[in-house]
Design a protein around this ligand. Structure first.
Ligand SMILES: *Cc1c(COP(=O)(O)O)cnc(C)c1O
Length: 383
């Protein structure tokens, strides 16, 4: 069986976890937490990066840092994971869904302005499959209307838009290190706090440190900036164990190697399926030339839902696990309760019904890759 996903293991994970234990520092903010954050701050050129317990909690922190009031509106695609919306529902916001573009499956930047009202506060672009949204245009809209931008870059670690790291462009960027993502610590994430248009992000950085330290000024205390620590604001427990950061560090150390390995699989799939796309049997992902994706995912689109159902069953019979993605949030029970769809649903439902994701993970063997390619090709030959 070719699995759909195998969690990444780069080699030094156990040795580093052992070291975290020997350090007698298994809570957060130990050696490996610091290594991971410092590496990301340098590599992704962000003012502050804090490890969190998940992509979900990094989105929750970002939502809190936006200082919303009940009834404020947040614009996002409907084609995304529930956490993107939950983070903002949690702070009382109303979710306004906007249609996606069929070529990248990202939010359609041309449909955002129509959705803006006097209650709009935030835009949340989701970099689907690690391919960047049209950030120049999204940042222009945000600037013009005085909105914050929270990038859901859960899938976008190591991806780039016009030379800038995904997650480092909006006011806040949110990464996931779940086991299904390119770089993992089992469950984990990070929030990036960025400087936008020369605005100093220091107030947000201080607030985020307090929030992550259960609402106390413990970070300042540890740096000797205050002589006792106390409860100063709302907070929660968003800090992961250093043992998990140790697992992640083993992969960040080899981030380029992991990225290249995944891209090689992605490129091989793309090349093998190009004839099918040229024959009009399937559609393949589009990556704008100014985006560097991270091969988070390889998707293709069948003709319709019916063909997709048969295709996935056919692959399974041949030992290949393929899956689909996201029942659009706006049509889900919670989506109906917490949100509304602005403009027409031209692509969200139709395109999500057609999309299939193929096995994609670090060190997918060339034999397994060939099994996938043969199974896909024979389905379209026989059908
Ligand atoms: C994975 C994912 C999340 C959630 O990340 P977790 O670490 O699983 O909490 C949020 N948004 C998107 C787009 C994701 O793919």
């Amino acid at each position: 069986m070719v699995d759909f996903n195998v969690p990444p293991y780069a080699g030094n994970e156990l040795a580093y976890i052992k070291r975290a234990i020997e350090n007698h520092k298994i809570c957060g903010d130990g050696e490996f937490t610091k290594k991971c954050s410092a590496w990301m701050e340098r590599r992704f050129d962000t003012r502050r990066c804090l490890l969190t317990t998940s992509g979900t909690t990094s989105l929750e922190m970002a939502a809190r840092l936006c200082d919303l009031e009940p009834g404020d509106e947040v614009i996002m695609p409907s084609f995304t994971f529930s956490s993107t919306a939950n983070a903002f529902v949690q702070v009382g916001a109303k979710i306004v869904f906007v249609d996606i573009r069929p070529d990248t499956m990202n939010i359609d930047e041309r449909k955002i302005e129509h959705a803006i009202t006097d209650r709009t506060r935030v835009i949340v672009p989701v970099h689907y499959a690690g391919v960047g949204c049209e950030m120049d245009e999204i940042m222009r809209i945000a600037r013009e209307h005085g909105l914050k931008v929270v990038e859901d870059a859960a899938q976008g670690v190591m991806g780039q838009y016009k030379g800038r790291a995904l997650g480092s462009i909006g006011h806040f960027g949110c990464y996931s290190f779940h086991e299904t993502k390119n770089y993992s610590m089992g469950e984990g994430g990070a929030i990036l706090i960025n400087e936008v248009d020369g605005q100093d992000p220091t107030p947000s950085i201080e607030k985020s440190e307090i929030m992550r330290e259960k609402g106390t000024d413990r970070s300042r205390f540890m740096r000797g900036q205050v002589d006792k620590y106390t409860w100063v604001d709302y907070g929660s427990s968003y800090l992961p164990s250093d043992m998990l950061a140790a697992y992640l560090w083993a992969q960040l150390e080899k981030a380029d190697e992991i990225n290249e390995d995944r891209l090689a699989t992605w490129d091989a799939y793309y090349e093998a399926f190009t004839p099918l796309a040229q024959a009009g049997r399937i559609e393949l992902p589009h990556v704008p030339e100014y985006c560097r994706h991270n091969a988070h995912m390889f998707w293709l689109k069948c003709a319709d839902l019916d063909e997709r159902t048969r295709f996935i069953a056919y692959l399974r019979e041949r030992g290949v696990k393929a899956v689909f993605h996201y029942v659009p949030l706006h049509s889900a029970p919670a989506g109906l309760r917490f949100g509304r769809f602005d403009g027409g649903d031209e692509y969200t439902t139709r395109e999500s019904d057609r999309l299939v994701r193929l096995p994609m993970y670090y060190r997918l063997s060339s034999e397994d890759r060939q099994t996938v390619i043969d199974a896909v090709t024979s389905f379209f030959r026989e059908n």
